[in-house]
Design a binder for this molecule. Structure first.
Ligand code: SF4
Length: 66
């Protein structure tokens, strides 16, 4: 699974940080998501899927590795 984050679409709402703390972070300057580990451990997948669903700007995408 590959994680893609579009910082241009991010509006800094912070839902991803609340949903998957330790995976996502926000830039202290502009509040936008900081590119996280783009190949997260498989056990993170449920939290990442939830974060992608919760993101109000659709900036988070999960792509199957196969
Ligand atoms: S939830 Fe979406 S809009 Fe909000 S900080 Fe995360 S990526 Fe950006």
């Amino acid at each position: 699974m590959e994680l893609r984050v579009d910082r241009e679409r991010c509006i800094g709402a912070g839902m991803c940080v609340l949903t998957a703390p330790g995976v996502f972070d926000q830039d202290t300057e502009d509040g936008r998501v900081v590119p996280p580990d783009l190949m997260p451990a498989p056990e993170r997948e449920p939290a990442l899927r939830e974060a992608a669903q919760m993101c109000p700007s659709g900036a988070i995408t999960l792509v199957s590795a196969d």
